[in-house]
Structures are given as structure tokens and as C-alpha cells.
Design a protein around this ligand. Structure first.
Ligand SMILES: Nc1ncnc2c1ncn2[C@@H]1O[C@H](COP(=O)(O)OP(=O)(O)OP(=O)(O)O)[C@@H](O)[C@H]1O
Ligand SMILES: [Mg+2]
Length: 239
């Protein structure tokens, strides 16, 4: 029988998981990729941003997740200002508060799936919580593969594992950059459904950027990134 565990609590906060306040990004002092973009991603919300190739989607995700600094504006994660933090504090914030899903899985090839799942918790200095990791693996459909290495798994299972890893540290925010770009459409649907279910159950904010309009259909709200500006496209009932 499966024991159902709730995700262990994250620190209570009423602030959005992610708040972007008028962020801009200009490369080489001339090429403006993001122009005064504001966006709130509340806990429990799945927000999709669609945009053409080169429209600035990855730049937006990198700025939102503290991997890059905007040239103007403010980024807050669970009410903590990210830009302007020193590299050590920023790394701690990323490790403890943010989960990442990329197109190419980014699982560490030399580690087993179980070790990959445990890594975010270890990096965040948390104790091994085997019950939680087991539940996470069952919930994401990869419990049978915990002893395998990533290359032994089909792409869609690798991406399931990458999604599980992104949620492992009970982050406030999960960012996903073209998470289904390397998958067949029917596999993509499976991964998007899984992310939506995990957001609904465990209530982190999820910011996904994608070129694929179909994959944005699982989101609570969708925006388009065009001409360095963000434009609302669709909001469903939640927000
Ligand atoms: N480090 C950088 N230095 C200079 N220009 C950059 C840098 N990174 C990105 N750019 C430029 O910024 C623009 C947006 O790039 P970005 O990678 O954010 O787009 P994207 O929407 O993620 O594209 P794709 O759909 O191909 O992933 C592009 O014109 C790119 O050439
Ligand atoms: Mg990109």
C-alpha cells in the first residue's frame, strides 16, 4: 500500500513565489531583450510565457532564478530580493528555494536516479528524508527506476526524474525552460500534466517558458513575450 504524504511544509509566506518588478535586460549596452517586465507568480500558480526563438525566454528565466542579473528592476523570490545578493547567498537561495527543469533533463549521468533526486536536498543542507524521496518518486512515476542511471531510461522517464528533482527540495519556485522541447507530443502532454498536478498539490509557483502554444495550455495563465514586453494572453479561473 502506498503511504500518502503531504509535502513537508515550506516556510509560510503570503508573498508571491516570484515577483518581477520592472525588470529589464540589455546586452552590450544596446540590445534590449527584456523591457520593464513585471510579473507575479503566486504559490500554486503555473504561469506560462510563450515566445518565438530568440525572444528572450531563457533570459527571463535566468533573471527570475538568480542565474543572471537584470540590468534594471527587481527580482524577489518568496519576498527575498535576489538581484544584488552576493554569489554565495544567491547560490544558497537557488539551492534551497528554486527548482529547475530544462529541455535536456540535466540529470547527473554518473549518479543513480535516487542520488539525483537526493542531490538538491543535500546541497540545501537538509537531512536525507527517505520517506519524502520515496513518495516523490512514486508520485512522479519513477520509483521503479531509482537504482538506474539516467542514460538507461527513456527520454520521457528522464524528464519525469528531472521534474521530481526540481520539486525535491520543496522549492518556493520552479522554473522550466522548454521542458518538453526534446519530447514527442504525447510524451510532452504527460510531463505537462505531471507538472500541473504537482503545482496543484504542493503549491510552489511554476514559471515555464516555451515556444509551444500547446504546452502552455496546462498553465493557469499564459503570457506572450514579444518585442521585449510581456502581454497577457489567457487567464483561467485560478488567478
Ligand atoms: N550572453 C549574451 N550576450 C549577448 N546576447 C545574448 C546573450 N544571451 C542571449 N542573448 C541574445 O538575447 C536574445 C534572447 O536570447 P534568449 O536565449 O533569451 O532567447 P530565447 O527566447 O530563450 O530563444 P530560444 O527559443 O532559441 O531558446 C537573443 O537575441 C540572443 O542572441
Ligand atoms: Mg531559450
Amino acid at each position: 500500500m502506498t503511504t500518502v504524504l503531504a509535502a513537508p511544509p515550506r516556510p509560510a509566506t503570503t508573498a508571491p513565489a516570484l515577483a518581477l518588478r520592472e525588470i529589464s535586460k540589455t546586452y552590450d549596452g544596446a540590445h534590449t531583450v527584456l523591457d520593464r517586465i513585471s510579473l507575479d507568480v503566486p504559490g500554486g500558480a503555473f504561469i506560462a510565457v510563450m515566445g518565438a526563438a530568440g525572444s528572450g525566454k531563457s533570459t527571463l528565466v535566468h533573471c527570475a532564478a538568480g542565474l543572471d542579473d537584470p540590468t534594471g528592476g527587481e527580482v524577489r523570490i518568496a519576498d527575498r530580493r535576489v538581484n544584488g545578493l552576493g554569489e554565495a547567498k544567491r547560490t544558497l537561495l537557488r539551492q534551497g528555494r528554486i527548482g529547475f527543469v530544462f529541455q535536456s533533463y540535466n540529470l547527473l549521468p554518473s549518479l543513480t536516479i535516487e542520488e539525483n533526486l537526493a542531490l538538491p536536498l543535500r546541497l540545501a543542507g537538509a537531512e536525507d528524508d527517505r520517506d519524502w524521496l520515496r513518495h516523490l518518486a512514486e508520485r512522479t512515476g519513477i520509483a521503479r527506476f531509482l537504482a538506474r542511471r539516467p542514460a538507461e531510461l527513456a527520454p520521457v522517464l528522464q524528464q519525469r526524474a528531472a521534474v521530481a528533482r526540481a520539486f525535491a527540495s520543496r522549492p518556493d519556485l520552479v522554473v522550466a525552460d522548454e521542458p518538453t522541447g526534446a519530447l514527442e507530443p504525447y510524451e510532452a502532454a504527460e510531463i505537462l500534466d505531471l507538472m500541473r498536478e504537482l503545482v496543484d498539490e504542493w503549491a510552489p509557483g511554476l514559471l515555464m517558458v516555451t515556444r509551444d502554444a500547446a504546452s502552455a495550455s496546462r498553465a493557469h495563465a499564459t503570457f506572450a513575450l514579444e518585442g521585449a514586453r510581456l502581454r497577457p494572453v489567457l487567464t483561467t479561473s485560478l488567478l
